[in-house]
Design a protein around this ligand. Sequence first.
Ligand code: SF4
Length: 80
Amino acid sequence: MLRATFTTTPYLNMIKPLSGGFFDDEAKPIQPCMVDRPGLCLLCDYDETEDAEENLLCMMNRWDQRNDEVFVCGKFEKKK
Ligand code: SF4
């Protein structure tokens, strides 16, 4: 999968979790700034959006597919 170098920029504007962090199914912490951004996200209008909730959902989607060969996103919208 084509992946971008991670950046912390999108995660500065993300909903802060009430539980003190993000955790996977095995209760291991997830560092949002370490979740790779697939190439598709770099072409997407939602990437680095001002919407904190949207940034959270994008991060979760990326994390969920981190080991998949192909990244798929039903919300993708080409940058204008
Ligand atoms: S909406 Fe999907 S494709 Fe667009 S930035 Fe978010 S995760 Fe990436």
